[in-house]
Design a protein around this ligand. Sequence first.
Ligand code: TA6
Length: 300
Amino acid sequence: MNIDALNGKYGIAGAARFFHGKGDLEMLELTTPKGSCELALHGAHVTAYTPADEEPVIWMSQHSEYADGKPIRGGIPVCFPWFGVHETDASLPSHGYVRLSSWRVESVTRESADRIAATLSTESHVSTRSMWPHEFGAQLSVTLGDSLSVALSVTNTGEASYAITEALHTYFAVSDIRFVTLEGLEGASYLDKLLETDEPFVQRGSVQFTAETDRPYLDTDATCIIDDPGKQRKIRIEKSGSLTTVVWNPWIAKARRMDDLGDDEWTGMLCVETANALSNAVTIEPGETHTMATTISVEH
Ligand code: TA6
């Protein structure tokens, strides 16, 4: 559907506007007196969230690609139907394939003067079955109000149960990762993806960052808080339907190896990902729906 048709069917004056963004991607901007957010129909990918009177909360790479078949670097990538490298075929896209193509708009609803929601959808089809031989319908709902809530709902539309792994792979904007701490995961068990071991570790105190960090914290439903003294703010990350929190910063060497992340951009971002991964894979029975959600807010 073209931009004029989208605005004609779903646009709301002063609150919901479709436009062509970078790479000519179809974008939706949601605005209330409490703040604004943007999402690309490509991947149902949130690319901006800025509460009123705040600096942007979501980080975007200045080197991202914006093209069909390519992931956007930054924002909130929707990782599904698998998280990370495919279990049996490493040639398949990292973090699944739903972030690589355009989703359909299902609804845009202004719930009040201060709250607006949009829902996008996608589903299994002939070209996905070769990568993942299961039937699903997926909806991504974004609700902008005093906070930003993003929910991924997956319905098993097939005849047999199956397991999924998934993530709302959120990139947060921070002043300098070297001076930021992450609270909420104290005592949680995590794997260190940078070590050649499946031995779990236990988080002692808050998470601090002194090198590349790539850690899935397992069996945790904890609310996390990014404490950012440089921006004199805290970012609160609540979640539901998720037992994994992945914490990632590429640091210097990995940033240099990434074409879509600038050599000096690593200091300004931190991924705290609402997920279900590894031993927290979710089994969905035929006809059932599983919903995972994250709610992001700023506090001082
Ligand atoms: O969630 C952390 C992680 O799995 C890292 O290992 C790193 O690969 C990151 O995701 C980005 O993955 P992507 O496929 O988007 O480049």
